[in-house]
Design a binder for this molecule. Sequence first.
Ligand SMILES: *Cc1c(COP(=O)(O)O)cnc(C)c1O
Length: 465
Amino acid sequence: MKMPPVEPYRIRMVEPVRLLPKEERLKRLNEASWNVFRLRSEDIFIDLLTDSGTGAMSIYQWAALMMGDEAYAGARSWFKFEEAVRDVLGIEYVLPVHQGRAAERILYTTLMDKRNAKIVPANTHFDTGRAVILNHGGKPLDLPVPEAKNPKLEAPFKGDMDTSALKKLIEKEGADKIAFILLVLTNNTIGGQPVSMDNIKAVKEISEEYNIPLVMDICRFAENAYFIKIRDERYRNKSVGEIVKEMLSYGDHFIMSAKKDGLANIGGFIGTRSRELYEELAGRVVLEEGFITYGGLAGRDLEAIAQGLREVVDEDYLKHRIEQVKYFGELMEELGVPVIKPIGGHAVYVDALEAVPHIPREQFPADALAAFLYLESGVRAVGLGALAFAREENGKIIYPDFELLRLAVPRRTYTSSQLEYVARSLASLLEKKEKIKGLKIVWEPKVKGVRHFLAKLAPVEKVSL
Ligand SMILES: *Cc1c(COP(=O)(O)O)cnc(C)c1O
């Protein structure tokens, strides 16, 4: 018999959730313009929209909140935070910000301006980072390894960057046209897939050879390190803490959203090994976020993050985290749902092109699947496909490689039986997939790269219950 992963914690406080009747859910979907980002949390039974800031804090984090020092400058909580970043991540200079995208905006645009360069190659850009670069007139390029394009292929490190494509790009464009190289750990957009230590080293070598800075997006550094431990036998006997330090030792600058592997509900930071760049960025942080010892966060947030960074490298926690997501994904697979393999670190991704082949790409199959999953079961997941990533070039629409439904698992929040409910609901929805209709855009925002968050949509045909 297959055992579900057993939680290495017990639950001491609960937040009731309720499942609305189906007619109500249809009403709420209509009110939300069929975009699940526009739903109210209260109307959702199980919320797998994101693993960002949605995790449960530990008793130690809640206790730490009470220790928050809310001084504007030089707060005790700031020094605790800085010490945790240095101890756990081995990063010398750190600037707190209110969340990851502020770190992206400040670091990425500073590097682009400093080098007067527009091109930013990545293993695969995440949506907020891509939007920051696009809105600054830049050119974000995705260079994932070829294996990443095959959703059925079981490869251990599908998050890797294609280093020969990277070299070719640099040779073709010239190193001075590249603002920086970005490695996203784990590779969120590709399916939460890890990046190998060998790949990190190879990218570092290229960055040194051509003198281009290497930036790491370390939102899920602990999950990436745990995958290296279990998938690369040379690291089996190393602690996750040691692996984290080695991984990050190859990076020059860093952005972090503490809402992921900071195990906190808000926060982020910029890290760098360069004193000179730190001083440049500090001015912008004061102007755009807050004084350099709080960066738009309360002292209590800094306390929660400092404690979260120390907890997230705990191997009992990580083992359960990775195994719970895997259990969830494998259950869906057994039930016939086409999932991306191998199962990623923070989410299960469903191939919407295969799941709902009757919906053409211009009708946003992934987002339609998300809307109809809510209608079916009160579960919220998110579509990542053409609505988010399609772009226009010379009047032609270029579609992204994938059309995915992402079911992100918040940290320490849902039990395995709740995830089983989700898996079974999605499987039963797909048994009557002809009921799922495509969507059309009714309204979209002018800002580039954020369409999926804000668009108002409607089904192309009448929906019956
Ligand atoms: C969430 C995330 C970000 C942005 O962080 P926010 O805190 O949501 O602003 C950047 N990169 C990756 C890989 C992320 O997952």
